[in-house]
Structures are given as structure tokens and as C-alpha cells.
Design a protein around this ligand. Structure first.
Ligand SMILES: [Zn+2]
Length: 184
């Protein structure tokens, strides 16, 4: 959320609780720091939950905001349609490749995550990331999409690591590899 979203949220809370007490600026700043990562789309949900729950405006408002934000995120996750993976001769249904390339000058293997270009199973992994950082960001551009054939043509060879079931790991690894790739 941005500061405008936050101020609007605070003004709604103040109206609901009929609170004319002015919240000093420094306090607002500290509160904003604590909750700025909350998705603006979640604010209405959070406001309704707090208002249904508390008789008075909570003194530690960020604490309750974060708590209900967790509930909002769980609801969003549950709403997401289940993704059915299909058999794919390229990625074996995994949707991603963890590929390696020998860096001869550094005498080590570079590792990078690619999305499968032969099927749509990569959506299984990147759907979660989309949800986490917002649908307006172009996630797919962070991970190149290639077929196995293209990968081999590029001197990368595909491995089938199965421990990358968490999109966070995929993202972190890919970011790291992108840095590593830029360095070499
Ligand atoms: Zn595939």
C-alpha cells in the first residue's frame, strides 16, 4: 500500500470508532513502516475484521492489521484454482528446469532456473509468486522460458532437481543466477 491508502484506512477506522483524537505524525510514520507491505486490496477486509472484533480502536493497530492480513492471504490462496499438471516430455510435468552450464574459466557449474517452453506447467510455480507480489508485475520475464531442445542448443543442460517445489526458492535461485550470469 502507499501512504494515501494508509491514511484513508486510518480515517475510516477513526470514523468507525468515532475517534476524533488526532494521531500524531511520528506515530503514523511508525505505523506505516510496520504495515506498508500489506497489499492495498486487503485493507477493506482488514478494516471489517478489526471493526467486527474490537470494541475500541486498538492501541497497537499494526499488530491487528498484520494478523488479519495473514487471514486475507490464506483466503486468497484457497481461492486460487488448483492447477492440474500435464505430462510433458520436456520437463516431465515439473514445469521448470534447473539447468547447469560449465563455466570453464571459473571451473564451476552455473545453475539457473528456466520455465518450460513446451507446456504450461510452469504456471503451477509462478502462480504463487504472482499472488505474492501482485498481478501487475511481469513475473515471467524474471525466468526465461525455453524448451529442452533450445536449452541444449544454448549449452545449458537440464537437471531434474525435485526439491524446488517452493516458488520462493526458485525465485531466489534465479535472482542469484541472474547476478552470477551477469558477472561472467
Ligand atoms: Zn514442460
Amino acid at each position: 500500500m502507499n501512504k494515501g491508502d494508509f491514511k484513508f484506512f486510518i480515517s475510516k477506522m477513526a470514523s468507525y470508532y468515532d475517534s476524533s483524537k488526532v494521531i500524531e505524525n511520528q506515530r503514523l510514520e511508525l505505523w506505516f513502516e510496520a504495515v506498508k507491505d500489506i497489499d492495498a486490496d486487503a485493507l477493506e477486509f482488514i478494516q471489517k475484521r478489526i471493526c467486527a472484533d474490537k470494541e475500541l480502536m486498538p492501541k497497537n493497530l499494526p499488530k491487528y492489521m498484520l494478523e488479519h492480513y495473514g487471514a486475507w492471504r490464506a483466503e486468497q490462496r484457497a481461492k486460487r484454482p488448483k492447477f492440474e499438471t500435464t505430462d510433458c516430455p520436456d520437463c516431465e510435468g515439473d514445469g521448470i528446469f534447473v539447468a547447469y552450464m560449465l563455466n570453464e574459466t571459473a571451473f564451476r557449474y552455473c545453475k539457473k532456473v528456466f520455465a518450460c517452453g513446451a507446456c504450461e506447467n510452469w504456471r503451477k510455480h509462478f502462480g504463487a509468486l504472482e499472488c505474492r507480489i501482485g498481478p501487475d508485475k511481469n513475473i515471467v520475464s524474471r525466468v526465461d522460458r525455453v524448451t529442452k531442445g533450445e536449452l541444449e542448443g544454448m549449452q545449458w543442460f537440464a537437471g531434474y532437481d525435485r526439491d524446488y517445489d517452493s516458488i520462493q526458492k526458485v525465485k531466489e535461485l534465479n535472482d542469484k543466477m541472474q547476478v552470477a550470469n551477469e558477472e561472467h
